[in-house]
Design a protein around this ligand. Structure first.
Ligand SMILES: Cc1ncc(C[n+]2csc(CCOP(=O)(O)OP(=O)(O)O)c2C)c(N)n1
Ligand code: SF4
Ligand SMILES: [Mg+2]
Length: 421
């Protein structure tokens, strides 16, 4: 029996990225953290970065346990201190890719000050925030993101505090990459993490996630699957969305997408610039001049590109061409523009047609079906060609080019249930 388990663990596709000896993990059934870790591990694989140069830092909480399950160098640090510890790691060795993976209580509650200052500095970190609207590990207290009226152990009559919208907070603080998904959007989460791993500066990825044991149970919202259904029904894809419009009401709409991607010198680049001004071209960090470090970075980029190309070829060979192929930007971009219109548009009322006339028109339509289909395809092709290069808001310094194929449905019909059962 135990040998079977060992075989199963060794045969897991995640065996190289997760510490299988630590399985089974502590997370409850239906909790979103497990799927996020899976997405993260997949993103690391796909990014092509050297796993030996990756460090994962977590604070305390259910999400904080991530650091203990990943098969990379990791630090499970004190509550709210993941970002300063990660900053220290990055400054001590700029060659490392440093990821903070923690809960919203850890990052935006007790660690809120560190979060905003790391974003302000454009510190070279990837921050993945599991937002389950609750302090999971300590029994379900209210957090800085708990939506108004939601019940928590500390707000038994409903939350009366105003919550943070984390993308808005991060935007105002200076983060240069901001995305939000739910734990339903596994592929998009992977895509965003992969992008963040390959860029400089401060990247913030929020993942809205169910905590069935505390948040859902207290609010009588069903189990994890019910909440995934809620995400499916209420997610609105809006890449490049103004982050002021990303607030979340209790069981309300959740705007998802990549909201910000812009270039500005990262903290380390700013330090370099200042030191070169003072010391001149001889300035060295850890025994290397800037041109030497740039040459190394270039070589590393080339190595990553080669590894990614080899990986896509391998995956295509395994018949997974769809996910491995370089994704086209046009589909999600078109969806970005369309999303709000789809949600806002009221369904048109059909005119009543007498039964006989209906039968006639159905027959007519059937005979014309082929040319209509062709014409529709042509129109669609034209439309998608037009939408292939939509303009992003003038605010965004860099064009947002989402690569992932987003499967979120934009549901106009069902109004979200706002009252508790
Ligand atoms: C300094 C300090 N204060 C309080 C705690 C207790 N504590 C542990 S985890 C936690 C909340 C974690 O919530 P969150 O970061 O949202 O993570 P989740 O458990 O929801 O994943 C708290 C308050 C602590 N460990 N250390
Ligand atoms: S208590 Fe909530 S957040 Fe913690 S593992 Fe369970 S479901 Fe997940
Ligand atoms: Mg939490």
């Amino acid at each position: 029996m135990s040998t079977d388990i060992e075989k199963f663990k060794a045969g897991s596709p995640m065996a190289s990225t997760l510490r299988m000896d630590r399985m089974p993990h502590i997370w409850c059934p239906g909790c979103g953290i497990g799927s996020e870790v899976n997405s993260f591990a997949e993103a690391v694989k796909r990014s092509g970065i050297d796993p030996k140069k990756l460090v994962v830092v977590s604070g305390i909480g259910c999400t904080g346990r991530v650091a203990g399950y990943v098969n990379f160098d990791s630090i499970h640090t004190t509550h709210g201190r993941a970002i300063p510890v990660a900053t220290g790691v990055k400054l001590a060795n700029p060659e490392l890719t440093v990821v903070v993976f923690s809960g919203e209580g850890d990052l935006a509650g007790i660690g809120g000050n560190h979060l905003i200052h790391a974003a302000r500095r454009n510190m070279d970190l990837v921050v993945i925030c599991n937002n389950n609207f609750t302090y999971g590990m300590t029994g379900g207290q209210v957090t800085p993101t708990t939506p108004g009226s939601a019940i928590a152990s500390t707000t038994p009559y409903g939350n009366y505090e105003y919550p943070f919208s984390l993308p808005f907070l991060m935007d105002a603080s200076g983060a240069t990459y901001i995305a939000r998904w739910t734990s339903l959007h596994s592929r998009n989460v992977t895509q965003s993490i992969e992008e963040a791993l390959l860029r400089k500066g401060f990247s913030f990825i929020e993942i809205i996630s169910p905590c069935p044991t505390l948040y859902l149970r207290r609010n009588r919202l069903g189990d994890g699957v019910d909440q995934l259904q809620n995400y499916q029904d209420n997610s609105i894809l809006k890449h490049g969305c103004d982050t002021r419009e990303t607030g979340i009401d209790y069981q309300g709409k959740i705007v998802v997408g990549k909201f910000v991607e812009k270039n500005k010198p990262s903290y380390l680049e700013a330090v370099d610039k200042c030191c070169v001004k003072l010391v001149g071209d001889d300035y060295q960090l850890y025994g290397k001049t800037i041109p030497e470090r740039e040459a190394e970075e270039k070589a590393e980029k080339e190595r990553i590109a080669a590894r990614r190309a080899a990986m896509s070829a391998e995956t295509e060979g395994q018949g997974e061409a769809v996910s491995a192929k370089p994704r086209k930007a046009s589909t999600p971009k078109a969806a970005v523009k369309k999303a709000p219109a789809k949600v806002a548009a009221a369904p048109k009322k059909a005119k009543k047609v007498p039964a006989k006339a209906q039968a006639k028109s159905v027959k007519k339509a059937a005979t014309k079906a082929k040319p209509v289909k062709k014409a529709a395809t042509k129109v669609a092709a034209k439309a998608s060609a037009k939408k292939a290069t939509p303009k992003t808001p003038a605010k965004a310094a860099k064009k947002i080019v989402p690569k992932a194929t987003v499967k979120t449905k934009h549901v106009a019909k069902a109004a979200p249930k706002k009252t508790r059962k």
